[in-house]
Structure formats: structure tokens, C-alpha cells
Design a protein around this ligand. Structure first.
Ligand code: ZN
Ligand code: ZN
Length: 275
């Protein structure tokens, strides 16, 4: 059933593709560690009651993520302090030098645009700031992440895994960064690129295009990278990384496995989402 591709291969000359820093594993690893550290100090700004039954019904029937149902957005005070910490961590990297010119007042409305997935607004802002679009998106995502995670933690009691099964996050509506496959039962959970909520998804369906024809779906594994696989769809030419574990998986865990991306791109696949 699944396609198997040959194991490890030389990938050095592909490293120049894509986005400088974010394609550079040692720097990304160091950066991920620093960001994880400052995230841990985030106080958790959201205070929310668990979702009520009538809203859970609305959430499922209207296929609306929780933040949309509750019209929930961060207040500037939720982001302000963290912005200072984030800027300090990111600025030394060339990819984020555009931050020198940005004040919090410029950035706060764009964080909301990111939350609402207003791609055009963000593109224009990135261009105006002279920033690489991917770096700019990375920055906005990391600015929002602690707030989104703290909101998600409080809203997860309203998730109904068996009834959602969609390709966007039931909490914030963003696209998955990848997936986790349970070790024994083999259930597949998609992992939100923003709030890191995981939700159940069909194992034999492409999360990009909904294709469930098994002859065009497959995966490959790589020798030396245990407990990971790359799942792909030949119909829409998309791939995503899947950790095979019973432990929680963060977006950085997914992103740091750059070698799998290089192999998948080398096979002509594009990453899931394209947010
Ligand atoms: Zn989410
Ligand atoms: Zn597909």
C-alpha cells in the first residue's frame, strides 16, 4: 500500500532553498530552545469558563473554531510584555533584523490579522518592513503562540474529537503543522501550527485536499530518524511530517526535523498548508 522511498541521501546542496534561518537546523534548534524558555514564563493571560453544551453544539454544527464562536482576540496587554522578550531573542538573527524598525503599536494589529488569517494584510506589512515573508509570519506566530496556547488549554474541554475530523484547528482555526500517530492504536492527530492543540483526523485522508484514495496516498520513513514518517498525497502533491509517539509533540519538534522536509521537497512535494 504505502510507497517506500530509499533511505538517507545527500541533501547538502538543497539547504540553500527556502528561508535562510528557518532552513538551518543548528540555528533553528538554538532559537527554538530560547523561544521555549521565554514561553514558559508567559503568565497565561486568558481567563475563560469551560464551553457550555449549547456552544459545543454550535461549534460542531457550524464547523466554527472556538476563538471565532467566542469572538476571542488578545488584548494588547496580553502581548506587550511578551513582545519585548521575543524581540530580544529574535533580533540578533539576520532574518529578523526588520524588528529593529518595528514598535509594538505597529505590530499589535498585525498579530490580530495573523490570528484571523488575513494573508494579504500581512504580506503588505512584510513588504513595507522589508522583511522576508516567512520570517515575518514566524515572528507573528511566535508572538501570538503563548496567548493562543493559554486560551486553547482552557477550551479543550469543549473538543469533541470524533465529531470534528476537519483539517483546521477546532480551537483557533489555523492549519496543522504536522501530525502525531499513536504508537499502539495508530490514531492520527493533527497538530495546530499556532495553539498546538491536537485533534483526531482520518488516517487515510489527505488533510490538504481531502483525497482518500489509498492508491495516491503514501508515506516514507528515513533510516536513522526513528519514530517519524513523511506522509504524502500524489493528488495535491502535499506532504507533512508525522511523529509516531504517545507523547505530546510541539510545533518546534515538527519543524526541527528539517531533513525530512528536504527529502520530501526533493521528491517534488510541497508542505501542507502554505500559511
Ligand atoms: Zn489552534
Ligand atoms: Zn491531497
Amino acid at each position: 500500500m504505502p510507497d517506500k522511498l530509499p533511505g538517507r541521501r545527500e541533501t547538502k546542496n538543497q539547504q540553500k532553498e527556502g528561508i535562510d534561518l528557518l532552513q538551518h537546523p543548528p540555528e533553528l534548534k538554538e532559537l527554538a530552545e530560547k523561544l521555549t524558555r521565554i514561553q514558559k514564563n508567559y503568565p497565561g493571560a486568558v481567563s475563560l469558563a469551560p464551553p457550555q453544551d449549547n456552544l459545543i453544539t454550535k461549534h460542531i454544527e457550524e464547523k466554527k473554531p472556538w476563538l471565532e464562536i467566542l469572538s476571542l482576540e488578545p488584548q494588547e496587554s496580553d502581548l506587550r510584555d511578551f513582545y519585548g522578550n521575543l524581540k530580544e531573542v529574535l533580533m540578533p538573527y539576520e532574518a529578523f533584523s526588520f524588528l529593529k524598525m518595528l514598535d509594538f503599536q505597529d505590530v499589535a494589529p498585525l498579530a490580530k490579522s495573523y490570528l484571523r488569517k488575513e494573508a494579504e494584510t500581512i504580506n503588505l506589512a512584510a513588504t513595507a518592513a522589508g522583511a522576508n515573508k516567512a520570517s515575518y509570519l514566524f515572528f507573528l506566530r511566535e508572538l501570538l503562540r503563548p496567548w493562543a496556547k493559554s486560551a486553547a488549554k482552557l477550551l479543550r474541554s469543549g473538543l469533541r474529537h470524533e465529531k470534528w475530523l476537519l483539517n483546521f484547528c477546532p480551537v483557533c482555526g489555523h492549519l496543522p503543522a504536522g501530525a502525531r500517530q499513536e504508537k499502539v492504536e495508530g490514531k492520527r492527530f493533527l497538530i495546530c501550527s499556532l495553539c498546538e492543540t491536537e485533534w483526531l483526523f482520518n488516517r487515510m485522508t489527505c488533510p490538504q485536499c481531502g483525497n482518500n484514495d489509498h492508491t495516491t496516498l503514501g508515506y516514507f520513513t528515513v533510516e536513522g530518524i526513528e519514530d517519524w514518517k513523511v506522509s504524502f498525497c500524489r493528488k495535491c502533491n502535499t506532504y507533512f511530517k508525522e511523529a509516531i509517539t504517545n507523547e505530546p509533540v510541539s510545533v518546534f519538534d515538527l519543524e526541527l526535523n528539517v531533513q525530512l522536509d528536504l527529502l520530501a521537497r526533493g521528491e517534488g512535494f510541497q508542505p501542507l498548508g502554505g500559511e
